[in-house]
Design a binder for this molecule. Structure first.
Ligand code: TYM
Length: 368
């Protein structure tokens, strides 16, 4: 298993990640504390898609004492957005609505430029703009959502990045990110930039409040470094809530833009979505007769996970689908057809909102 911000390989063992990264499991007690403010638990919490955290308890303790927090998350714009990226953003929107808080969203066109061999700076910037439309399509509002485009907004970031860089040794960065002699120096400095939005609210408003970062667990290495430095700069340690990866449509592995045939992009047309889903790896048997007799295996089925994590709100209906699958009462083709229909319905609406977002995207740009 390899899990870094730039690479996820092999079967991900999430319990092991909690141990190795030194994060905390998201306990029932914490979930109940969240539910006090959100009402019914969000699907992604109920179904344990979010599974780990750092200092969420501290953020909630402070919230109970009247200290608000701000949210921070982001995107490395190296191509179009896929529905895996939407997972933490949908959850972020939920937290923003329920806790009535600001979101700072970092678009790391600089990161993708230094990390991806063949990506030109203009291409990364343009993907940044296009990806921002996806964020806005999820319903975020310009009054409380501030998008930082790193290259355009570097004047806002550079002083804090220097403070962070000065306090991070090369050996720490190398041990955390696995840098090699062949790694370009842009990449080596870069983690200091991803740390900055943890503190940007304090810089812009003078209000020193904690930040909570919803993201998949691959981003955690950044926060290990940032958390060590935060108190030295007079800030709260940034808190995190980590989700698992939405799998790709193939056998094993996360949904990843580098494998387009097993990823569903938000701009995919309906026939492409249908075809990708039709070719997906499932927990089905080799023949219909075998499946009717022995049932399928929903635990290893990608299609079932898409229902569970995004496309079936109703817990009873999800349980019924699982039961029918295991009993051989439903075949993979039926699940695939139904999923394709739901994904396409969702995407039709998303694409409409995405186009409308072009008219308002500038309202979301962070101001000086
Ligand atoms: P990026 O563009 O790789 O990913 C954007 C967000 O999507 C999450 N993610 C996934 N979540 C569920 N299932 C998947 N298959 C999946 N693939 C990716 C990532 O964890 C991330 O939350 N360096 C960052 C950009 C960034 C950022 C941040 C992300 C800057 N500041 C703060 C999170 C929080 C990047 O390249 O993300």
């Amino acid at each position: 298993m390899v899990v870094t911000p730039w690479e996820v390989k092999g079967k991900v063992d999430y319990e092991r990640l909690i141990r190795e990264f030194g994060t905390q499991p998201l306990t029932e007690e914490l979930l109940q504390r969240i539910a006090k403010y959100t009402g019914e638990l969000h699907l992604q919490l109920r179904r344990k898609l979010f599974f780990s955290h750092r200092d969420l308890n501290v953020v909630l303790d402070l919230y109970e004492k009247g200290v608000k927090f701000v949210l921070y998350t982001g995107r490395g714009p190296s191509g179009p957005v896929h529905i895996g990226h939407l997972v933490p953003w949908i959850f972020t929107k939920h937290l923003q609505d329920r806790f009535e808080t600001r979101l700072y969203f970092q678009m790391t066109d600089d990161e993708k430029f230094v990390v991806e061999d063949d990506l030109k700076l203009d291409e990364a910037r343009n993907f940044g703009y296009e990806n921002a439309l996806d964020l806005i399509a999820l319903g975020f509002q310009p009054e409380n959502t501030f998008i930082i485009f790193d290259v355009k907004d570097i004047d806002l970031l550079y002083d804090i990045a220097l403070e962070v860089a000065k306090r991070t040794t090369y050996s720490t960065a190398r041990a955390t990110f696995g840098f090699q002699d062949s790694t370009n120096i842009g990449w080596i400095f870069w983690p200091a930039i991803q740390a900055v939005p943890c503190f940007i609210h304090a810089k812009l408003t003078g209000e020193n409040v904690p930040v909570l970062i919803p993201a998949a667990i691959d981003q955690d290495p950044y926060w290990r470094i940032t958390r060590d430095i935060a108190p030295k700069l007079g800030y709260y340690k940034p808190a995190q809530i980590h989700c698992r990866f939405l799998p790709g449509l193939g056998r094993g592995g996360k949904m990843s833009a580098s494998e387009p045939e097993t990823s569903i992009f938000t701009i995919d047309p309906p026939d492409v979505v249908k075809e990708k889903i039709w070719n997906a790896f499932t927990g089905g048997r080799a023949t219909v007769a075998e499946q009717r007799k022995m049932g399928g295996d929903s635990n290893m089925c990608t299609i079932f996970q898409y229902f569970a994590y995004l496309f079936e709100e109703d817990d009873m209906k999800l349980a019924e689908r699982e039961r029918k699958c295991k009993a051989g009462e439903i075949l993979c083709g039926e699940c695939k057809n139904e999923l394709a229909e739901r994904v396409n319905k969702f995407l039709a609406e998303h694409q409409r909102k995405r186009e409308k977002a072009r008219n308002i995207v500038e309202k979301f740009y962070i101001k000086r």
